[in-house]
Design a protein around this ligand. Structure first.
Ligand code: ATP
Ligand code: MG
Length: 425
């Protein structure tokens, strides 16, 4: 029979890789909780309205990247492509508008029907934060600073560049949109198919195009920062000033946008050269228009999402899950007697594996392979005398000893060798 495959762009996570993912997520939760962001969990699938409504006119283009399906009651559902819409919907549904600001963190799988390649999957994980209810630019600085501290905690900040830009308020964007369309219209025939579609519906999103020809055309495109009105410019300057105070280095990138209509003012990305073409590890911006597009009142918000897979490729972390002690019986009839010993040992804080079958030499081979420090053996003599045989696998020494005495010796030894070990409190 043919081997069962996973869907393209959807991968298994084996323990050593998952360990890295968890390390990334743990660091995210840890740093964000110190900034008083509280973890929230939102559904993995929702009515597709939640994601489509805020997209407005550009929904056709964007939803082609999405997993949409009808369930048995003919409801149109979508696997979440991102976290922000769901978090803001949850915020509105819970009536938290009366209780702002709210700061949230979240993590979990996202789904996008994209062309799979390195750093671009169809099921991937994001860790993200949202700061909802503060329109002041200090919140923009706060979330960027949190992102920076997160990457610092992962020990990769040296390989990262921060790029920022401002899209300005609605007035500034309307003005800019006009000149951008004028400019791009001259190159209409050379633009990629997607960009031609976006020209009338969502021209700002063209700035984000990955197409090489588009990118060339964009080099001389008008600069969004030249079209910011005074209020928006001052706001952007304040964000830059905040980063200066924090000594966070940044580059201003005039073509950096978040492509959806509800984004405004600050947009930012943390990028690296280490991952090839898919170099953005964390991206965010301000989305003051989102809440209203979701059917709520106007509530400002700013946040970011980080790609867990991309970050996991950058972090150093060795996965070790070796037992402190292996248990083995000389003959299988004594295997049952190992069970209560195992439970006693794990209750004392040790990591334990029982090796059930095979000759004694095979069992020792396995103990060696999994890097156990001690072995406890039960044979006829031990059972008769109600003791254990304790073998120090590093030194090769062995002794017949009472279980409790043995535990004391193992604890002493593991403490001396500095092995990571949690004693029972
Ligand atoms: P890109 O420009 O690479 O398509 P995006 O603008 O679609 O990214 P966001 O929606 O802002 O990305 O998502 C934030 C982060 O999530 C990205 O910077 C990236 O690290 C990660 N990410 C996005 N899409 C994918 C994917 N298909 N596979 C893996 N990670 C992804
Ligand atoms: Mg994308």
């Amino acid at each position: 029979m043919e081997k069962l495959r996973t869907v393209r762009g959807v991968h298994d996570l084996l323990p050593d890789n998952l360990h890295k993912h968890n390390k990334v997520i743990k660091a995210g939760l840890n740093v964000s909780s110190k900034y008083c962001y509280s973890e929230i969990e939102i559904p993995i699938f929702e009515f597709s309205e939640v994601f489509k409504r805020p997209l407005g006119k550009s929904s056709d283009i964007v939803t082609k990247e999405n997993y949409i399906f009808k369930d048995r009651s003919e409801d149109e559902l979508m696997l979440r492509p991102e976290g922000t819409s769901g978090v803001v919907r949850a915020f509105l549904n819970a009536g938290l508008v009366q209780d702002i600001p709210q700061r949230f963190s979240y993590f979990g799988p996202m789904f996008r029907y994209e062309r799979p390649q390195k750093g671009r999957l169809r099921q991937f994980k994001q860790f993200g934060i949202e700061c909802i209810g503060i329109s002041n630019s200090m919140a923009d600085i706060e979330v960027i600073s949190l992102g920076y501290e997160f990457l610092k905690k992962l020990d990769i900040i040296g390989k990262i560049t921060l790029k920022i830009n401002s899209l300005g308020d609605t007035d500034s964007r309307v003005n800019y949109r006009k000149v951008l369309i004028e400019y791009l219209n001259d190159y209409r025939s050379k633009l990629s198919e997607d960009s031609i579609k976006r020209l009338s519906e969502n021209p700002l999103r063209i700035l984000d195009s990955k197409n090489a020809v588009d990118q060339k055309i964009l080099i001389d495109a008008p600069n969004v920062l030249d079209y910011l009105n005074e209020k928006s410019r001052e706001r952007f300057e304040n964000v830059c000033e905040g980063l200066n105070v924090l000594k966070i280095k940044y580059e201003i990138d005039k073509n950096l946008v978040r492509g959806l209509d509800y984004y405004c003012h600050t947009a930012f990305e943390f990028m690296t050269d280490e991952l090839g073409a898919q170099g953005t590890v964390l991206a965010g911006g301000r989305y003051d228009g989102l809440s209203k597009m979701l059917g709520g009142v106007e509530v400002p918000g700013v946040g970011w999402a980080a790609g867990v897979e991309r970050l996991a490729l950058m972090v150093q972390s060795e996965y070790i899950n070796s037992p402190d002690i292996v248990l083995m019986a000389q003959t299988e009839v004594y295997n049952h007697l190992l069970l209560p010993i195992m439970n006693e040992l794990i209750n004392q804080g040790f990591k334990v594996e029982i090796i059930y079958t095979g000759s004694m030499s095979k069992k020792f081979k396995r103990a060696n392979k999994i890097n156990a420090s001690f072995a406890i053996l039960l044979g006829e003599e031990e059972v008769a005398k109600k003791v254990i045989k304790l073998k120090n696998l590093l030194l090769g020494s062995e002794q017949l000893i009472d279980l409790n005495q043995g535990i004391k010796i193992i604890k002493k030894h593991l403490k001396l060798t500095g092995a990571k070990f949690e004693f029972k409190k």
